[in-house]
Design a protein. Structure first.
Ligand code: NCD
Length: 425
């Protein structure tokens, strides 16, 4: 089966670092035509790219600086200490992130339930979650299943032998005899690396306490890129406001580091004083040509941002009952967004939103605002996590050729409100 035209076009725009408008201009077609070529197959307005346009795109890429070198050099590779593990975003370069995203693009028809593959048939994933999780655990499991594998789960300490005092080393080694990959979430920073050192099967960090959450950062960046491509922006030069608990929030630690692989970003870090971004992360971002501003003034911090990335206060990680400066004014809601954000500002959140009294992270009154990208983020978790598995287990080149049509019927939009975003791809 030929590579899908959407994958080819997205890859080309990524490699040339062009927005849709610039790219449409470069290949001499209207922006509208390009949009219809980028829509998923099966959507009413999608169109097939004429062969001649496809040839022209290929020619442009060949002539691009380092065209040939690029194809050879940029293999999607994920390795930690020489072995296949995903523990930190520090393992990535800009090129290897983008190569991974190319694999994720190729997974889209499967994630959208149009196609199926069995490339991981027979493989078993062990999902070990020693901390609360809904989307990370289920989406890793679903991603593995959609590649044709099967999943074994364990949740919490209470029902695992760790409650009997078993070490990480023993647990990891034992599970390695049962499964072909290990996804681990654990409350201690550095613990998932300990799992990885005790096994030769791939280990993925699904959150190690306040440390990192690399797969979340990858799906966040993937979402930012896709949304930016639609609204005519590129990641270089973007203004990103990160809001909330930047001290204990592992998603922002990983995302800030990953974004710093790009050029000329402005980071506005908005948090109560006691929950500021750790110095180690700030130092790492500061190595690039980025501007970093820190503030506890939410309204001022959101001004001019291309992306507002809100986070939950990680109450489970510290004892203080009250956090100075964390008042109801610290909530991102429709009124605030309408008054300080632009029509194209993306509002993101790794979820869960804390909806309990006293929690102010992200209001539900934005649910019908197309700037709210939270469910596009969660949806993107599937192709990105499929890509991570495919690369770690070395089957990424087999996926394209293995795809068959899905036999069952699924709804055109998975959420009742998703039609509002029709054509948003
Ligand atoms: C986050 C986490 O667990 O770090 N959730 C997630 O995986 N999407 C964010 C959070 O719990 O606040």
């Amino acid at each position: 089966m030929a590579v899908q035209q959407q994958t080819v076009l997205r890859d080309a725009m990524r490699r040339l670092n062009m927005t849709r408008d610039t790219f449409a201009n470069r290949i001499g077609v209207s922006r509208r035509a390009l949009d219809t070529w980028l829509l998923p197959d099966g959507s009413p307005e999608s169109r097939t790219m004429p062969e001649i346009a496809g040839r022209y795109v290929a020619e442009i890429l060949e002539r691009a600086p380092n065209g040939e070198e690029y194809t050879q050099r940029v293999q999607a590779s994920i390795a930690f200490e020489g072995r296949s593990h995903l523990l930190s975003v520090d393992q990535f370069s800009r090129d290897s992130v983008e190569a991974l995203f190319r694999v994720a693009d190729a997974m889209q028809p499967i994630a959208r339930r149009q196609k199926i593959t069995r490339v991981l048939e027979g493989a078993v994933l062990a999902n070990l979650f020693f901390e609360a999780s809904t989307r990370t655990r289920v989406s890793f499991g679903a991603a593995f299943c959609r590649l044709g594998g099967s999943v074994c789960d364990t949740t919490g300490f209470t029902f695992s032998s760790m409650a009997k005092g078993e070490s990480i080393y023993d647990t990891s080694r034992v599970i390695s005899g049962y499964a072909d990959a290990l996804v681990v979430r654990h409350p201690e920073q550095g613990s998932v690396a300990e799992f990885a050192r005790a096994t030769n099967i791939p280990v993925i960090n699904a959150g190690d306490g306040p440390g990192e959450h690399p797969s979340q950062a990858l799906l966040d960046l993937y979402t930012i890129q896709r949304e930016f491509s639609r609204i005519g922006k590129i990641v270089d030069g973007a203004h990103i406001a990160m809001v909330g608990d930047l001290k204990y929030g592992r998603t922002v630690h990983s995302l800030a580091k990953l974004l710093s692989l790009y050029r000329g970003l402005k980071f506005t870090l908005v948090s109560p004083r006691s929950l500021e971004m750790p110095d180690t992360i700030l130092e790492q971002i500061a190595r690039g040509d980025h501007v970093i501003e820190q503030t506890s003034d939410l309204r001022a911090g959101l001004e001019g941002a291309d992306v507002v990335y809100a986070t939950r206060i990680q109450k489970e990680r510290f004892a203080d009952e009250s956090i100075e400066g964390y008042t109801p004014d610290f909530q991102i809601n429709q009124a605030l967004v309408n008054s300080v954000c632009g029509p194209d500002t993306l509002i993101m959140h790794p979820l869960p939103r804390d909806g309990r009294p006293g929690a102010n992270d992200l209001a539900t009154d934005l649910n019908h605002d197309s700037r709210l990208a939270i469910f596009r983020q969660t949806d993107n978790g599937i192709p990105v996590r499929m890509a991570i598995f495919a690369v770690l287990l070395g089957v990424e080149h087999q996926v394209q050729h293995s795809m068959r049509d899905a036999a069952w019927r699924s709804p055109a939009y998975v959420g009742p409100d998703d039609a509002v975003f029709h054509g948003i791809d």
